[in-house]
Design a protein around this ligand. Structure first.
Ligand SMILES: [Zn+2]
Length: 69
């Protein structure tokens, strides 16, 4: 299950109050996320405390780049 912004169509794996576009209404779509690739960064940009793990996932053919931790 994924959440799709009604305003811009951006897709999210996790519920969030406000989309990056400013929209605050979402609808749900069925879909099983499948992880395509995960990358762990050992050198992080300033402002990030420690290591960060990114995952490139795909839902219904839509690729999403997300930060795991
Ligand atoms: Zn949006």
């Amino acid at each position: 299950m994924i959440l799709v912004c009604n305003k811009c169509g951006r897709k999210y794996f996790e519920p969030r109050g406000v989309c990056k576009c400013g929209g605050d209404e979402f609808h749900q779509e069925d879909g099983e996320p499948s992880k395509v690739e995960c990358v762990k960064l050992f050198v992080t940009p300033s402002g990030f405390p420690e290591q960060i793990e990114y995952c490139l996932s795909s839902i219904n053919g839509v690729k999403v780049f997300e930060v795991i931790k």
